[in-house]
Design a protein around this ligand. Structure first.
Ligand code: F6P
Length: 549
């Protein structure tokens, strides 16, 4: 059994949770008029207010003691030093090297990885500039107008979220699209209306073995060849790949010099900083991509060097631990008051839930406490008119992170004013509540939130924001003593998808009656068109067994 719950700091926090159970957050402000100043922090153009949490000064001290006594600081050093902290896959975890723009050496197995990182950035720069300037032409001599990224999970969510967030920075004559779902309707919807002669596909897959991506890539290739009546040789100007699996990418038909590499020490959900960020660089330009990396690098340096009590990722992580482990929160809501950040909750969902959705610690023992929360959310003010009712008056305890950028567009300042004042009103209402004569109209309040303000939604600030959450997840994983960098749970579904695809036509009776019954219905339904589409589906599933991500 994992020993964290028996530690002194954990026991102290349990006692404090009992003792402060009836406290009101609002009273903490009455007791200390400087609470806002004390419990807020600025780093560059990011400002975090964490004063509206149900955290007394004693609780904060005990949380910091927990962090101090945990493996956090040792593991942080190990991560930055390139040690193999992803123990189940025996790999370092080095997304921080991808934005190590000062180029300090980071040595893995006796070799500095920074020259490789530099070389891959250089390749990204050269290609990005060719496409954006119109030097890179399609096989009929036309310039590229549309980029379609085909990938899923970490090979989709990061680039897609960032491209959408930074739409204002997008090249005026280049649109970037994303196909992720294996549902053929997703592919058809994106391809509809695109001109193959001016379209560039990026097949983005670390392993080049992911069923969904291979199916989509093969269908896109077929679409291109059918539409253009061209040969596979003509594909060269229209298909590039981002992968660690050069062999599979070349076998697919991509020229070796059009493969953008990265390394097994970059986890899928941490990969937008690598060549996986190619769609970002194409959309916003290489210089802005470097600013994104630089923003993340600033957060890395802060995370590495700031004392725990003034360390933004550490504080966010400790607040989360308090809410999850001592106040019983099961979920964490992410509410950006910024339409451009509408995909941020989905991105953070993968980042957090794939990383810390673990119930065995790093030594293989079952954990005796809750780990990663269910992360969810959507933009404000939309959420106010959908699910906020439950957050105000429901029986659940849901901590919220509000995120907004201060800078408004010149022509919609009035809207921005309404957006920000709505957010402030909500954070205030969640804390203070409201007492009415009628019970049904009262809001109890005392519900915690953080507010994160960006001076503006720039590449640099977005980079810092994403890195903030990456490190928050890391800190929680280190304190819970789990491995935040593997995802073995995902493999089971992949394996079974293979098995069911193979067995659906009834040759096996190894399945439970429910699964078998459903397989029979699906099989009968598909019988008509199975001859061709079934064969393609199976072809896409073959190489799926490896746990590599
Ligand atoms: O299934 C989840 C996952 O393993 C993620 O970790 C990863 O980002 C994604 O699949 C895609 O993997 P790949 O880039 O190898 O196609």
């Amino acid at each position: 059994m994992n020993s964290l719950r028996k530690s002194n700091s954990w026991t102290k926090l349990e006692q404090l949770a009992d003792e402060t159970g009836d406290d009101r957050i609002a009273d903490y402000f009455k007791a200390d008029p400087d609470r806002f100043e004390k419990m807020s922090l600025r780093l560059g153009e990011l400002f975090l207010d964490y004063s509206k949490n149900k955290i007394s000064p004693q609780v904060m001290d005990a949380l910091l003691e927990l962090a101090e006594q945990s493996p956090l600081q040792r593991r942080r050093e190990q991560m930055f030093a390139g040690d193999a902290i992803n123990v189940t896959e025996e790999r370092p975890v080095l997304h921080i090297a991808l934005r190590n723009l000062g180029n300090q050496p980071i040595v893995v197995n006796g070799r500095d990885v920074m020259p490789d990182v530099q070389a891959s950035l250089e390749k990204l720069r050269a290609f990005t500039e060719q496409v954006r300037s119109g030097q890179w032409l399609g096989y009929t001599g036309k310039r590229i107008r549309n980029v379609v990224n085909i990938g899923i999970g970490g090979s989709d969510l990061g680039p897609s979220m960032v491209c959408r967030a930074l739409l204002d920075y997008q090249h005026p004559d280049l649109s970037v699209h994303f196909i992720s779902n294996v549902d053929g309707r997703h592919l058809k919807k994106v391809l509809k209306g695109l001109d193959p002669e001016t379209t560039l596909f990026i097949v983005s897959t670390k392993t080049f073995s992911t069923q969904e991506t291979l199916l989509n890539a093969n269908s896109a290739k077929r679409w291109f060849l059918e539409q253009t009546q061209s040969t596979t040789a003509d594909m060269g100007q229209h298909f590039v790949a981002v992968s660690t699996n050069i062999k599979a990418a070349t076998e697919f038909g991509i020229r070796e010099d059009s493969i953008f590499q990265f390394w097994d020490w970059v986890g899928g959900r941490y990969s937008l900083w690598s060549s996986i960020g190619l769609p970002i660089a194409l959309s916003i330009g290489f210089d802005a991509f470097i600013e994104l990396l630089d923003g993340a690098h600033t957060m890395d340096q802060h995370f590495l060097n700031a004392p725990l009590e003034a360390n933004m990722p550490v504080l966010l992580a400790l607040i989360g631990i308090w809410n999850i482990n001592f106040l019983g929160a099961e979920t964490q809501a992410i509410i950006p008051y910024d339409q451009a950040l509408h995909q941020l909750p989905a991105f953070l969902q993968q980042l957090d839930m794939e990383s810390n959705g673990k119930s065995v610690d790093i030594d293989g023992n079952p954990v005796s406490h809750a780990t990663g929360p269910i992360v969810w959310g959507q933009t404000g003010s939309n959420g106010q008119h959908a699910f906020f009712q439950l957050l105000h008056q429901g029986t659940r305890f849901v901590p919220i992170d509000f995120i907004a950028s201060l800078k408004a567009d010149e022509d919609t300042k009035e809207h921005h004013f309404a957006l920000l004042t709505n957010m402030l009103a909500q954070a205030n209402a969640f804390m203070n509540g409201d007492t009415q004569d009628k019970q049904y109209a009262s809001c109890t309040g005392n519900r915690p939130s953080n507010v994160l303000l960006l001076d503006e939604l720039s590449p640099r600030n977005l980079g810092a924001l994403i890195a903030l959450y990456e490190h928050k997840v890391f800190v929680q994983g280190a304190i819970w003593n789990i491995n935040s960098f593997d995802q073995w749970g995902v493999q089971l579904g992949k394996r079974l998808a293979n098995d069911i695809s193979r067995d659906i036509d009834g040759k096996s009776n190894e399945y439970d009656p429910s699964t078998q019954g459903l397989m029979d219905i699906v099989n009968r339904h598909l019988a008509g068109d199975k001859a061709d589409s079934g064969a393609t589906a199976k072809a896409g599933l073959v190489a799926e067994e490896s746990g590599d991500q």
